[in-house]
Design a protein around this ligand. Structure first.
Ligand code: NAP
Ligand code: MG
Length: 485
């Protein structure tokens, strides 16, 4: 499979540099295949990028938001021309299916178009006049900011943070994930060519070195982070030293609540299959727990197992595959550990689906789709974010119980409610403690780029998507002209 080899160099001040130290990137679906190499940046590189960004900043803020938007979205032409090749790279570094990779990249182009269209919002002011005089509320860019990206949907999630940052008039330092840096870095390199030097800098490297420098550097005013709650906690502590503004999109353990009034049929089973197993379960707002009213439980279990049983696991580039491998060894071991623990604690563990013909399950981080039932709320598979292709099913008797079980979590990213009676579902939705609640839907794409998205509780701080994400990248300023004193 491997005649191609990609690289992710540093991009600082509009120029590409190879670091002295590099790390190989392997295909999660084929351990023997190195698909590229990533430069390992140093803290000196971060210093250089900060200086370049500071030099570029004033001029960048003076370019009209309209023009900034045009410059940011210009890279879409390059992406479109290279869509097939970029999708392939993403499959080979991340593990997802080719269709999922293409979908991610097309969605990322939409993110750029959307933020490019918000020029009027950047300049929008509010003027309040009363008998004390005039109050003008306006927004200013923050300055030099950093963006730290996870591996699960690196291009889409990277764009969701950096597009509003650039639109707002900030200069940006981006750290891709060590587990999927190649396609993102190539696209950002092209994007940086459409922008003045120093406005967009890319510094691949480890979380402990580059990530930490992007959180602690005194000249960086803000951190946008998408990733795990565990790393989010570390970042909050490290950012305290310079009192940095942080926006965090963290982990989730989303519940799907199937009410007594839901239609239990093949459609429902397939929707939840998508929600739970898309990208091998590695979606922040994927379905991670399913609660079914006990009168519908057996019917749902049968329909769901039958749907999941039809799945085929194999390399993301293979045509017959409906699910690829998980991304990395840590995730593979963690998910398998949760499955083993469920089994040894007496739960029913149904390993379903099959291999795409010719797949060697030991060649990559492959896990068959797995349904766990006969578990209690206290089980690790229910309490923790599995972020992999295994899903627990539980039952409930009353609506109050379902709400209490869904809310019994330190996470609060998303939840869904399923019912024929939309009014009833809305009533339940308002009692759920999560940043998003989906009605009769819970899969990738459900949260549109214009719909504010983020977490209650330990799923994050601040909001992504929408105009809210633009505001996160700006400082609100009150200009006060009083005439009464
Ligand atoms: P992660 O392990 O938290 O890593 C995310 C990024 O942080 C990587 O670039 C990582 O660098 C970097 N990092 C690690 N340690 C750091 C430190 N001390 N300081 C600064 N940066 C550091 O997350 P992941 O495994 O890539 O992604 C999966 C997690 O992300 C899941 O929990 C998922 O739910 C969550 N997620 C949330 C959302 C959302 O919108 N709420 C979206 C997607 C994913 P390395 O290159 O060294 O790994
Ligand atoms: Mg869980």
């Amino acid at each position: 499979m491997m005649e191609e080899f990609w690289s992710a160099p540093l991009w600082i001040d509009g120029k590409s540099h190879d670091a002295e130290q590099k790390t190989l990137i392997y295909d999660p679906g084929n351990h023997n295949s190195a698909v590229g190499e990533m430069s390992m940046g140093t803290t000196a590189d971060v210093d250089r990028a900060v200086q370049a960004a500071e030099r570029a900043w004033t001029a960048w803020t003076l370019i009209s938001p309209q023009r900034r938007g045009e410059m940011i979205a210009q890279v879409n032409q390059y992406i479109e021309q290279n869509l097939d090749r970029l999708s392939r790279i993403l499959v080979l570094e991340n593990g997802k299916l080719l269709s999922e990779a293409k979908g991610e990249i097309l969605g990322s182009m939409q993110v750029l178009r959307y933020y490019a269209s918000l020029a009027d919002e950047v300049n929008r002011e509010k003027k309040i006049e009363d008998n004390r005089g005039t109050l003008i509320l306006t927004r200013q860019p923050v300055g030099v900011v950093s963006v730290i990206v996870p591996w699960n949907s690196p291009i889409y999630l990277g764009f969701l943070m950096l597009a509003p940052a650039l639109m707002a008039g900030n200069c940006v330092l981006v750290k891709p994930s060590t587990f999927a840096p190649l396609a993102l870095t190539e696209i950002l390199a092209e994007m940086s060519k459409c922008l003045p030097d120093g406005v967009l800098n890319v510094i691949p490297g480890s979380g402990s070195t580059i990530g930490n420098a992007l959180v602690t550097h005194p000249a960086i005013r803000k951190v946008s982070f998408t990733g795990s709650t565990e790393v989010g906690r570390t970042i909050l502590k490290d950012a305290a030293g310079t009192v940095k503004n942080v926006t965090m999109e963290l982990g989730g353990n989303d519940a799907a609540i199937i009410l007594e009034s839901a239609d239990v049929d093949e459609h429902l089973a397939n929707e939840l299959l998508q929600g739970a197993f898309c990208t091998a379960g590695q979606i922040c707002y994927g379905v991670k727990r399913i609660y079914v009213h006990r009168s519908r439980y057996n019917a749902f279990l049968d329909a769901f197992m039958s749907a999941v049983g039809k799945m085929r696991v194999g390399h993301g580039l293979l045509e017959g595959a409906s699910m690829g491998p998980v991304n990395n060894k840590q995730q593979f071991d963690f998910v398998n550990g949760l499955i083993a623990e469920s089994r040894s604690s007496g739960a029913r563990v149904e390993v379903l689906g099959n291999w795409v013909e010719g797949t060697d399950p030991n060649a990559g981080y492959y896990i068959l789709p797995t349904v766990v039932h006969g578990v209690g709320q206290e089980a690790a598979i229910v309490q923790q974010e599995q972020f992999g292709p295994v899903i627990p099913l539980l039952s409930f008797s009353t609506e109050e119980e379902a709400i209490a079980l869904a809310n019994d979590s330190d996470f609060g990213l998303g939840n869904s409610v399923w019912s024929k009676d939309v009014g009833h579902a809305l009533h339940v939705a308002r009692k759920l403690q999560s940043g998003s609640v989906f009605i009769n839907l819970h899969r990738l794409g459900a949260s549109g780029v214009d719909m504010p998205f983020g977490g209650f509780k330990q799923s994050g701080t601040g909001r992504g998507h929408g105009i809210e994400a633009l505001h996160e990248q700006m400082e609100l300023q009150s200009i006060i002209h009083r005439t009464d004193m």
